[in-house]
Design a protein around this ligand. Structure first.
Ligand SMILES: *[C@@H]1O[C@H](CO)[C@@H](O)[C@H](O)[C@H]1NC(C)=O
Length: 318
């Protein structure tokens, strides 16, 4: 009786990590906590940058854009995941799954592109200080941010279109907590080789391009830093990149591990755990990294808490 095309499946079941009710409650509590911390942290960054005049430079505008993207990014997966941990059915409609994948892939690739733009910004500030205001003028900056979103959307359009042109007929259980590419490929009853190749090429070329740009920027930055005479000067210059470099490393190591492994070496449960890190860790850690390592952000924060009392603290931090 089953018709062999995707219209025969009206919904998917997001099987998630576990069906143990106790563990589910624990995951729910942990997930809710992480979600709230992530939203709060990133919102504080956006608000600080909006309010504090010292932070009205391209580096912080980009950081603020990154925080915005991260809020969107974690919101594509987390609320639904939390809901499913408490609900009995754990179902997601076909179009819901499609939209979730679309928005997840858009925000993920946009984040990668923004991290690249931020690397370019550091390169321009450190290696081309005299031409910096020209290289990162407001229109250029806006254009770079818009392009990042364009790349994100392109990535999502191509990947989602290919994945959802596949047939889903027999099983509708996704061994995952959201609609990501690998578990859906695993579920499909069509020949997935073309889709697999396309997603590999599209995600792969975006990753290779962005990573090469970042590495190249840092190559020039390190080169420039080594030319500074004093060690103190070197440390100070490099410190402005430390937060960015940390976030970049976390984001790309998890992303490459998730998407760039050949399918025969995958296990769905393992993938599920790894992507949990991938979807949660960057948005959560980014604000923490930026606030721990960055003196200007700390100063701005103290500034808002109370201008006078914190004058000395501010001096101390600078
Ligand atoms: C994003 O970056 C652009 C370009 O610098 C800036 O004008 C805009 O205010 C930023 N958006 C946010 C939400 O910070």
């Amino acid at each position: 009786m089953e018709r062999k095309n995707h219209t025969s499946l009206k919904e998917f079941i997001l099987w998630g990590l576990t069906d143990d009710p106790k563990l589910q409650i624990m995951f729910f509590a942990a997930g809710l906590f992480i979600y709230i911390v992530t939203l709060t942290g990133n919102l504080i960054i956006i608000i600080l940058i909006k309010i504090d005049q010292h932070l009205h430079i391209p580096m912080y505008f980009l950081l603020s854009n990154l925080s915005c993207t991260e809020i969107c990014y974690i919101t594509t997966t987390m609320p639904k995941m939390l809901w499913d941990l408490l609900s009995e059915t754990k179902s997601i409609s076909f179009s819901g799954c499609f939209l979730q994948m679309y928005f997840f892939l858009t925000t993920a690739a946009t984040e990668g592109a923004l991290l690249t733009v931020m690397a370019y910004d550091r390169y321009a500030a450190i290696c081309q200080p005299l031409r910096y205001t020209l290289l990162m003028s407001q229109p250029v900056c806006q254009w770079l941010v818009a392009s990042s979103w364009a790349i994100g959307n392109l990535n999502a359009i191509i990947n989602t279109a290919f994945v959802f042109s596949l047939n889903f007929c027999s099983s509708n259980k996704i061994v995952h907590f959201f609609c990501d590419i690998p578990p859906l490929l695993h579920l499909s009853c069509s020949d997935t080789s073309l889709t697999e190749m396309v997603t590999f090429i599209v995600s792969g070329s975006i990753m290779i391009t962005t990573v090469s740009f970042i590495v190249l920027s840092y190559f020039f930055i390190v080169w420039a830093v080594l030319k500074i005479r004093t060690t103190q000067g070197q440390i100070k210059t490099f410190f402005t990149c430390a937060s960015h470099l940390t976030v970049v490393s976390i984001f790309y190591s998890t992303a490459i591990f998730t998407y760039m492994r050949p399918s025969f070496s995958r296990s769905m449960e393992q993938d599920c755990l790894i992507s949990l890190l991938y979807t949660i860790i960057t948005p959560l850690l980014n604000p923490l990294i930026y606030s721990f390592k960055n003196k200007e952000m700390q100063a701005a924060f103290l500034n808002i808490l109370g201008k006078k009392e914190n004058c000395q603290l501010r001096k101390f931090l600078q």
